[in-house]
Design a protein around this ligand. Structure first.
Ligand code: 5GP
Length: 248
């Protein structure tokens, strides 16, 4: 690890140059497992991703891509910044799925950008934007079903894409990760938040919530990923409506 050249450091992960194109040092074992599982399932339905394989508890090997500097946010239910910006109550089912684009820029707070602005500043081509939005819709359909089968409602989530080159031709593939860090996941029956909002809103129980998601996905049987027992979220109930704080 120590001698590998760092090629990128983000909020939640570090990319190192590896013997193959690049590796992720994930912030958490659970996120690493969940993301591996989700990317593998997505590859089975024909979504091309940067994921090659999980190396160990905290690292995965990925293809090196040219990251497109946009976050693609998919929303099924009003929450978070959509609710704040438009005054729509959190939890309201949207008439149809919404896709938003945000510029990846921490200093600016990842501002929402329009398709006109994306074209004007050439953050990606029109064809790439179409490819990303159609992949996002397929991913949303698949993940909504996958989570609903384990009694979890997929409220919204964020995707990132990267460009790979083959000579003069490029195409976009799914990059980054899909985990409770970048998704809103609510228990279908109780409305309990099983995602990073537990941290963002100081609700407590973030790691228990992530483990609960992993457990329902059937990922906690191996000895390297912690106990397989049902995790107790009761300690954190009753704090679900704490006002939100602006944390990413
Ligand atoms: P919102 O815009 O409501 O804050 O977020 C919408 C969805 O995208 C949420 O599921 C949230 O977790 C995810 N998301 C948006 N921006 C980021 C980001 O910078 N980092 C992470 N981890 N997730 C994000």
């Amino acid at each position: 690890m120590a001698r590998r050249r760092q090629i990128y450091e983000g909020k939640a992960k570090i990319l190192y140059e590896g013997p193959e194109p690049g590796t992720i040092n994930g912030k958490g074992v659970i996120n690493n497992r969940i993301s591996e599982y989700v990317f593998t399932r997505l590859s089975h339905i024909g979504i091309h991703t940067h994921f090659i394989r999980r190396l160990n508890m905290r690292e995965q090997l990925v293809r090196q891509v040219e990251i497109i500097p946009l976050e693609v946010v998919v929303r099924n239910v009003a929450a978070g910044t959509l609710s704040k910006r438009l005054g729509i109550e959190e939890g309201e089912l949207l008439p149809h799925t919404l896709i938003e684009y945000c510029l990846k820029d921490d200093a600016l707070g990842d501002p929402k950008v329009s398709e006109e602005e994306i074209a004007c500043f050439n953050w990606c081509s029109h064809e790439e934007l179409q490819d990303m939005s159609s992949m996002a819709i397929r991913i949303n359909d698949f993940l909504s079903g996958m989570f609903s089968a384990i009694d979890i409602r997929l409220i919204d989530f964020k995707l990132e894409f990267g460009r790979i080159w083959d000579g003069d031709f490029s195409r976009v593939i799914l990059a980054d990760e899909i985990s409770p860090d970048g998704c809103r996941l609510w228990d279908i029956n109780t409305g309990e938040k099983l995602d990073k909002d537990r941290f963002r809103r100081d609700l407590g129980g973030e790691s228990e919530a992530y483990q609960e998601v992993a457990r329902r996905l059937g990922l906690l049987q191996n000895e390297d990923s912690g106990p397989g027992e049902v995790l107790d979220m009761n300690a954190h109930r009753g704090r679900l409506r704490t006002p939100s704080k602006p944390k990413k």
